[in-house]
Design a protein around this ligand. Structure first.
Ligand SMILES: Nc1ncnc2c1ncn2[C@@H]1O[C@H](COP(=O)(O)OP(=O)(O)O)[C@@H](O)[C@H]1O
Ligand SMILES: [Mg+2]
Length: 382
């Protein structure tokens, strides 16, 4: 079976640049691929001459190609990128963390460098990390995270909000924040809106730009969102969790070993699968499930009557299935969507409204929960 060029390129797609953490194909580092029978020759352009990673790249390319059936002799030619090519790579990883973040110390590990400890992973952290999660998309997870954060802040707590839904970030728009965060004293200063300090991938990527990063880069970005951001030890750090148990969710769980998880659901019954997914997620991530929040519970008509548009009982059933409390129900309110679109959360726009009162009550219920604390030995082993 003859080896084809596209097989070679596909195999190389899985090769990550050791420093940028992205595919050498996506980064445009693969300059030529020649196939002659079983012999394959690949030209890889390095970002700098005398790149200390050249042996590593050579090794990664060879091991990737060794896995392609029919490949015999492999030649790897290393070249150096022209300034134009380098600019191209920069634009590809653009949307990447700010300049000061782009050259992380090699071989560093979370919390192992002076001044780069993860403040949320230490047993003495005063912060309750509250993950807002859902078993499926579109249930209002971000809406709940944002309004809950603002409600907690209005109740006098210091609050941070981390948008960990990196591929589907929506927090900046919901809070009307678009400014790129500034650096001060080597730390990133999170923008503040409605009393909430915010960090999101959205600050570094254009609204309509896809996030092209692969696992390792995302992992690194999330780490930096925790470690290099000046959160100032808030009472609460709310996390708009990504859906499911993908890479990002796992990274978050690893970095935030003491987070509590709250699941947002809708009133529809037949939510068993959602319950199973949520329970599975928490178990896989080794995080405690602490409560259920039902969203879109009813619509209050102008005549004051309640219409249960999406049915009823889903939140209570999920809470029963997961053996956690149902912390509250949030009505369907056009003001909630309008607020999200305008960048003014409903809780702040109209604190006297029914929906704001619902969030305020849930915020108090969350605050009244007994905080979860991991044992110090668990923390040390991370
Ligand atoms: N209780 C509600 N009443 C009215 N609109 C809502 C409500 N909850 C969410 N929405 C709207 O539904 C859409 C999806 O909500 P969002 O928070 O983005 O969901 P998720 O983060 O789970 O994908 C948004 O347009 C949001 O404004
Ligand atoms: Mg969302």
């Amino acid at each position: 079976m003859a080896v084809t060029e596209s097989q070679v390129v596909d195999a190389l797609r899985g090769v990550l640049d050791p420093e940028l953490g992205a595919s050498i194909v996506d980064l445009g580092m693969v300059k030529r691929v020649e196939v002659d029978g079983p012999a394959v020759s690949v030209a890889v352009a390095l970002t700098v001459a005398g790149c200390p990673m050249r042996d590593e790249i050579d090794h990664r390319v060879r091991s990737a190609l060794a896995g392609v059936p029919g490949v015999g002799r492999v030649e790897v030619h290393q070249e150096v990128m022209s300034p134009e090519e380098l600019a191209e790579v920069r634009s590809k990883v653009q949307g990447a963390p700010p300049q000061a973040w782009s050259a992380p110390a090699r071989g560093h590990r979370l919390g192992h460098e002076e001044g780069r400890a993860n403040p949320f992973a230490v047993a003495s952290s005063p912060t309750r990390v509250v993950g807002v999660s859902s078993g499926k998309g579109g249930v209002g997870k971000s809406t709940v995270a944002v309004n809950l954060a603002v409600a907690l802040a209005r109740g006098g707590r210091s609050v941070g909000l981390l948008d960990a839904d990196v591929y589907g970030f929506s927090v900046p728009a919901m809070l009307g924040v678009s400014a790129r965060p500034q650096m001060a004293d080597g730390k990133v200063v999170p923008p503040e809106a409605f009393g909430v300090k915010v960090m999101s991938m959205g600050f570094f990527v254009g609204e309509d730009q896809p996030v092209i990063w692969r696992g390792p880069m995302l992992h690194k970005a999330l780490e930096q969102f925790l470690v290099d951001v000046d959160w100032a030890a808030p009472d609460f750090l709310l996390v708009d969790m990504p859906p499911g148990t993908g890479d990002v969710a796992l990274s978050m769980a690893q970095y935030l070993p003491v987070s509590e998880v709250y699941v947002v659901t809708t009133p529809q019954l037949a939510a068993r699968r959602v319950a199973q997914r949520s329970a599975y997620m928490a178990k896989k991530l080794n995080l405690p499930l602490r409560g259920v929040i039902e969203n879109m519970s009813w619509f209050t008509a102008p005549d004051g009557s309640r219409q249960e548009i999406f049915g009823s009982g889903g939140g209570a059933q999920l809470a029963r299935d997961l053996a956690v409390p149902l912390l509250g129900q949030i009505p369907l309110a056009p003001a909630l969507r309008e607020g999200a679109d305008l960048g003014v959360p409903a809780v702040a726009a109209d604190p006297a409204s029914e929906v704001a009162a619902a969030f305020q009550a849930i915020a108090e219920a969350v605050a009244a929960q007994r905080p979860t604390r991991s044992k110090p030995e668990e923390l040390r082993s991370r």
